[in-house]
Design a protein around this ligand. Structure first.
Ligand code: FBP
Length: 548
């Protein structure tokens, strides 16, 4: 494989591990856990893996060599920087238990597991991917692992290869599936442990014991770099409003973190829109008023950050999407038989209740159509395909024209559009993500050695130096509640949304008025891998404020 100069230099980086994982460990059991909600239902669905205790590793004396471990690994869902380091940490971790341990990677996500497509990950392969971005070492996919037939089919290949533990690196949906798989294998006595690792740039897989999902740090630094560059361009030419949509399917953690890093003119936080019961028109009016005030002060330029998931948080849209989800799940065949877009639109309007039909009919055709297209395999609307940044700028432009006619606006409005998502998902991991991911993988090997199943690898106290990080595991069932998916109630990991009473949001809310009325842009610049620790190693502002 041909490597860039940076890649060559970076491959020599030795990720930092928590001190506790550097030698033999002992397992300390904490209190038995409860799911975050719907305890009785979740307990019934997970009789073998519900209520397990939290686990923490502590340094042990001596430590004999363990038996070789045969482990399988799957990368599931959207890419996130650091996945390769989870795998290299896992590899080094199982080799530290016994040098004869073996690691198999299932290709292109959970589909590779079901279809028996795999490779053995040797040290030659692993060494080529240390500290690199991307998931290309084995590929990723979004096949939903949920049916007994898939579990049984996967078990055949695990048995054939002598694999007794499977590590699933994924977001909330994939770790939900990991928990279901762990429960099933325990129930049938398959002799296979299942361990999850918290991955997603979206940052919405977190709680007290999973302080952040991996990839969030790097992705937000990449987006902040480019937002900063745009802001400098904007401040130089002073002639454009940049509408910048940022990835993050549901929660607005990415937008909030980027706002804290770059201090844009305006940033929408979806969770606040929902809390304040704002309509699309309210959002437009708020942006238009900021633009009018800036024009009065002689500024016809600025940056506006828009979270990708916004549409689903506007209460009227949320009700519409919920009914659409059920309708399209229940009458999939009938809807699928209509092949003309205009007739599909008419069919939908006819089948929705009055309020939702009106909301649907009022949307620009492209956006309405997006809402009725295929869901991803987990039943989610594919919000990354909806061009919210264009929708908002068009509506703002229209409102400003009306204000101009009334004589209430005298400025000039020129808009440019950007969407940052895929640009950051495969970036080379920052030092933080390189260290965190390697530790998560190494720690997963210790959970396997401890013989547990249905746990997620947990490395915490992340604002301390890596040597002082705390390592252990938390039962995945602890993070679950019941939610409606594809028209049915299902156990799923509860998404962690932006907390409006949390420090990161409060810090943002405290400053945003100044950002809107002046020019307080920050230009963070690119991720640095070599240099002083205050430049190379800081965590996200979100993590910093959450821990203050
Ligand atoms: P995960 O939840 O699987 O980590 O993926 C997150 C994400 O990057 C979202 O931010 C985005 O909406 C979605 O994936 C895009 O999906 P796809 O990769 O299928 O285009």
């Amino acid at each position: 494989m041909k490597k860039s100069a940076l890649q060559q230099a970076r491959s020599a980086y030795q990720p930092k591990l928590p001190q506790v994982l550097k030698g033999a460990v002992k397992v300390v059991e904490g209190r038995p856990t409860q799911s975050v909600a719907d305890q009785e239902e979740i307990k019934k669905l997970f009789p073998n893996t519900y209520g397990l205790p939290e686990l923490t590793f502590e340094v042990a004396e001596g430590g004999a060599q363990g038996k070789p471990l045969n482990v399988g690994v799957i990368l599931s869902g959207g890419q996130a920087p650091g996945g390769h380091n989870v795998i290299s940490g896992l590899f080094d971790g199982i080799k530290s238990v016994n040098p004869d341990s073996r690691l198999y990677g299932f290709l292109m996500g959970p589909g590779g597991f079901v279809d028996h497509n795999y490779i053995e990950l040797t040290s030659e392969i692993i060494d080529d991917y240390r500290n690199t971005g991307g998931f290309d070492i084995i590929g990723s996919g979004r096949t939903k692992l949920e049916k007994k037939e898939q579990f049984d089919k996967g078990l055949e290949i695990l048995k054939e290869l002598g694999i007794t533990a499977l590590v699933i690196i994924g977001g909330d949906d994939s770790n939900t599936n990991a928990a279901v798989l762990a429960e099933y294998y325990k129930q049938i006595g398959a002799g296979v442990q299942v361990i999850g690792c918290p991955k997603t740039i979206d940052g919405d897989l977190k709680n007290d014991l999973i302080e952040t999902s991996f990839g969030f740090d790097t992705a937000t630094k990449v987006y902040s770099e480019v937002i900063g560059n745009i802001q400098r361009d904007c401040n130089s030419a002073k002639k454009y409003y940049h509408f910048i949509k940022l990835m993050g399917r549901s929660a607005s953690h990415i937008a909030l973190e980027c706002a804290l890093q770059t201090q844009p003119t305006y940033c929408i936080i979806s969770e606040e829109v929902e809390e304040k019961n704002l309509s699309l028109n309210d959002i437009i009016e708020n942006i238009a008023q900021v633009i009018v005030a800036r024009a009065n002060a002689g500024m016809n330029y600025g940056t506006i950050l828009i979270p990708e998931g916004l549409i689903e948080f506007i209460p009227a849209m949320k009700r519409l999407i919920a009914q659409l989800n059920d309708l399209l799940a229940e009458k999939a065949a009938e809807f699928g038989a209509i092949d003309n877009a205009a007739e599909q639109r008419a069919w939908i309007i006819e089948h929705l209740d009055k309020e939702n039909a009106e909301a649907y009919a009022s949307l620009p055709e492209g956006v309405a159509r997006q809402l009725s297209l295929d869901r991803d395999p987990h039943g989610n609307v594919q919000v990354s395909l909806i061009e919210t940044e264009k929708l908002l700028s068009e509506m703002v432009g229209k409102r400003l024209r009306a204000l101009k006619e009334e004589g209430a606006y005298t400025g000039k409005f020129s808009a440019l559009h950007h969407f940052f998502g895929y640009e950051g998902r495969c970036a080379d991991p920052s030092n933080f993500d390189a260290d965190y991911c390697y530790s998560l993988g190494f720690n997963a090997a210790q959970l396997i050695e401890a013989g547990v199943t249905g746990y997620m690898s947990s490395v915490r106290k992340l604002t301390l130096p890596a040597a002082e990080w705390v390592a252990g595991g938390i039962p995945v069932t602890m993070m679950m509640n019941m939610e409606r998916r594809h028209g049915e109630m299902k156990p799923v990991i509860q998404k962690a949304l932006v907390k409006l009473d949390g420090k990161p949001f409060l810090k943002f809310a405290e400053q945003r008025q100044n950002w809107a009325s002046g020019v307080e842009f920050i230009y963070p610049g690119p991720i640095q891998y070599f240099g002083p620790t205050e430049v190379c190693d800081p965590t996200t502002m979100t993590l910093k404020y959450e821990h203050e």
